[in-house]
Design a protein around this ligand. Structure first.
Ligand code: G6P
Length: 374
């Protein structure tokens, strides 16, 4: 496996730009088109003997840390929609702190790029003791989490060297979208939706290639934001995770204070922070939450917040009427796959901010790629 930087200056940069290929590898052999040339079905060999149990489970619990947790959060809505099983989320350390309930009727899904994160591994041991069916989603064949889970899926994103996870995040989301499709089975009621998602998955690498063309635009934006004290990111629905993950990238590598926030909570505190000195990125691509995000944008504008709005291509006027604020236009895809597209400009922004601020891109101070102590 090639793990040099090629023509790139940093691993993080290489891994961001590699995403059209890493996503293809993740999906390779797992998406099946039917005879009529229509996309039809998903094959996840590592889980094939367990789908019955998963469908019958009392709930599906996703467990992870950092970016892996955010990826599960991004996939949660589509899992809820297609699986028909309640889906809950646990940050591994918090589950352990609380010794939260895990039942034998649960399916516990452990998401970890490295497969070695201590908190996630301990949560796995805890779930095994409690008798849950344990599923691993990792990028590392032979890792502790891959070995100790009952079954699982490798994301096959290729080695990720940069401490800040980028390509693993998008591959994790795609694997969990495929998991949702596979658990959903062949229910007639959701057939049209499933086929649209599978078609969307086939086309996703092309759309990621398209969004990567924003590289220079994100570099220009980074120049404007270089001296900010703080950067808020507001998202909701499918893109709540995008807000968390975008802010995590900025704080991890650019060492700038940044928080991802649920836009629905704006009025319950964050709004007090907003004035002409605060920069806020609002994710407002087209989905069922769009009109609510339009209203959030209006309210932030009324408080003179400095807005950067991420919207679907051609949607700048509806998302940001009156031309206030800066707009990042991204290709639109099926709503549940949109987080894969929307995170890319934020990865690029975090990368360029880091380089411009003169920090270590691939090994930010105080952080480790794999946290193997609790
Ligand atoms: C560390 C890394 C993060 C990663 C997290 C979880 O904090 O710096 O990039 O998201 O661990 O790692 P895992 O390997 O379990 O996905």
């Amino acid at each position: 496996e090639q793990i040099n930087k090629g023509n790139y200056e940093h691993y993080m940069q290489k891994e961001i730009h590699e995403q059209p290929e890493s996503l293809k590898t993740t999906m390779s052999g797992r998406l099946i088109r039917g005879g009529s040339c229509k996309a039809k079905t998903v094959l996840l060999g590592g889980l094939k003997d367990h789908f019955k149990t998963i469908r019958r489970s009392r709930r599906i619990v996703f467990i992870g840390c950092g970016t892996s947790y955010n990826a599960a959060l991004a996939a949660r809505p589509i899992l809820e929609e297609l699986s028909g099983v309640p889906v809950t989320m646990e940050i591994a350390s918090d589950l352990l702190d609380r010794q939260g309930p895990i039942y034998r009727e649960d399916t516990a899904v452990f998401v970890s790029q490295s497969g070695e994160t201590a908190d996630t591994l301990h949560a796995l041991e805890y779930a095994l003791e409690n008798g849950a069916l344990c599923v691993g989603i990792t990028n590392t064949v032979g890792s502790a989490i891959a070995r100790l889970t009952h079954c699982g899926v490798h994301i096959n994103a290729g080695a990720e060297i940069g401490v800040a996870s980028t390509k693993a995040y998008t591959s994790q989301i795609v694997v969990m979208a495929m998991l949702a499709l596979a658990i959903g089975g062949d229910a007639i009621s959701s057939q049209t939706r499933r086929e649209a998602i599978i078609d969307g998955l086939f086309d996703l690498p092309n759309k990621v290639r398209e969004v990567l063309k924003l590289d220079q635009e994100m570099k220009d934006l980074a120049k404007l934001l270089i001296a900010e004290q703080s950067l808020l990111v507001f998202g909701r629905g499918y893109n709540y995770a995008t807000a968390l993950e975008g802010a995590l990238k900025v704080k991890e590598v650019a060492l700038m204070h940044s928080e991802g926030m649920l836009a629905g909570e704006m009025k319950h505190g964050p709004l007090a922070l907003v004035d002409e000195n605060l920069t806020i990125i609002v994710i407002a691509t087209r989905d069922s939450c769009f009109s609510k995000q339009q209203s959030v944008i209006q309210q932030l504008h009324a408080r003179k917040g400095r807005l950067i709005v991420m919207c679907s291509k051609g949607d700048a006027v509806s998302a940001c009427p009156g031309g206030f604020g800066r707009v990042i236009e991204v290709p639109q895809v099926e709503d549940c796959l949109q987080p894969v597209i929307n995170i890319v400009p934020l990865q690029l922004l975090a990368y360029h901010l880091t380089v411009l601020r003169g920090y270590n891109v691939d090994q930010p101070r105080n952080l480790a790629k794999s946290v193997t102590t609790q």
